[in-house]
Design a protein around this ligand. Structure first.
Ligand SMILES: [Zn+2]
Length: 400
């Protein structure tokens, strides 16, 4: 890596990089010492009460520190858990900190900063089939542009790529392989798969690694940036980085599960304190010798949803609808549920804000999902899933 490229990673990146390395050798007491100091100061400032999304929505200023432009800026969470949440984040340090942790996770499959990534459906950059981001050294393939007529071009182009890491949402991994064709995919120099944001059951990860001989890096994080955990290849559970934020496991209504409650360690912007993420975890049954990080056996409560498009292909809804957090779409929608009871057709139930422009919403969604016929229905509320989270996809097709 050249010095210029290294400098781009920024001071917070290197600060956290060092903390991560040090913390891997910490004892349980050292971890508690580091976390308690920060946790207690949060409690003194905001109280001990467990908080939920609405607390931050109703009273954003109460949980926000040093909120000055350009030091902080607005961030909006994705729509997977219902109405998005707006909060304030550290403009300069957040991305650098985030990268330090993500790169540590990705390094588990051999990734080094600035290695080439091919991203499919991770971020939406317009509807170009392929777009290159020089700063990130990443090529973005837009799911919305992978129409039948374009696939030949995509396959030809992808065959010319040097070795790369494939960055996807777990539910898009097989969609992507199917788009290319399995033989072509197997012939590509894929160094590793990096797949976060949604549940990726361990059996499926192992099955993929066996079947294709490609290692997978998987992790758990959430849009509020309060806790982050990597999926461990030794115990196959999740280890939470102690210097990123603090994890608490509190009892849940669902038997055998605990609620993931998170407190963030950022100094600027919105501070999440004892924040109920809405995600559930399977409490740890054993320990793992790798390090003394807090860990859980599995994380559930996030969905992996695929629909069948008009060409009979399985597609992940996530990339189509939730990949773009900046869209004006989420200014107008409170919630949404997509129902499939016919191949190639989706019924979209929408809960809108007062005065929403329905034509605009429908046009955006039709543009985003050109691979299925959409029908719209405006409702007062959508159903919740058994885990208590709002679900956003429901299929009555037998093969799902
Ligand atoms: Zn482990």
């Amino acid at each position: 890596m050249t010095l210029a490229r290294e400098a781009l990673l920024g001071p917070s990146y290197f600060y956290h990089r060092r903390l991560i390395e040090e913390s891997k050798g910490w004892s349980g007491d050292q971890i508690r010492g580091y976390q308690e100091k920060r946790f207690q100061s949060l409690i003194r400032r905001y109280g001990e009460r467990v908080t939920v999304k609405d607390d931050y929505r109703d009273n954003p200023r109460r949980f926000t520190r040093w909120d000055m432009s350009p030091l902080t800026h607005s961030v909006r969470t994705g729509g997977t858990t219902g109405q998005p949440l707006c909060f304030r984040a550290d403009t300069f340090a957040r991305r650098q900190k985030e990268r330090a942790y993500l790169f540590d996770i990705w390094s588990r499959v051999g990734y080094k900063p600035h290695d080439l990534r091919l991203c499919y459906g991770v971020d939406i950059y317009g509807n170009d089939l392929v777009r290159f981001n020089h700063l990130e050294n990443a090529v973005h393939v837009s799911p919305g542009a992978t129409m039948e007529g374009e696939l030949g071009r995509l396959r030809q182009w992808i065959g010319t790529l040097p070795p790369f890491f494939l960055h996807v949402h777990p539910s898009s991994l097989y969609t992507f392989i199917e788009l290319l064709g399995e033989n072509l995919f197997r012939s590509l120099p894929v160094r590793g798969v990096i797949a976060g944001s949604e549940t990726f059951p361990i059996v499926q990860q192992q099955q993929f690694e066996r079947e294709f001989g490609i290692p997978v890096a998987h992790w758990y994080g959430h849009s509020e940036y309060a806790v982050l955990a990597y999926c461990c290849s030794a115990c196959r559970g999740f280890h939470f980085y102690p210097t990123y934020g603090k994890l608490e496991l509190l009892p849940a209504d669902t038997e055998g599960y605990h609620r993931i409650v998170a407190s963030s360690f950022n100094r600027l912007g919105t501070q999440f304190v004892r924040y109920d993420t809405g995600d559930l975890a399977v409490s740890p049954t054993g320990s793992c010798r790798t390090n003394n990080f807090a860990r859980v056996d599995a994380i559930v409560g996030r969905s992996q949803e695929t629909f069948i498009d008009n060409a009979g292909r399985k597609r992940s809804l996530f990339g189509y609808i939730f990949g773009d957090e900046k869209s004006i779409l989420w200014d107008q929608i409170r919630d949404l549920l997509v129902i499939q009871d016919e191949i190639g057709a989706l019924r979209v139930h929408l809960v809108t804000v007062p005065g929403a422009n329905k034509d605009e919403i429908e046009q955006i969604l039709k543009q985003r999902i050109p691979v299925a016929t959409l029908e719209f229905e405006y409702v007062a509320a959508v159903d919740r899933s058994p885990s208590g989270k709002r679900r956003y996809f429901h299929s009555t097709l037998a093969q799902q």
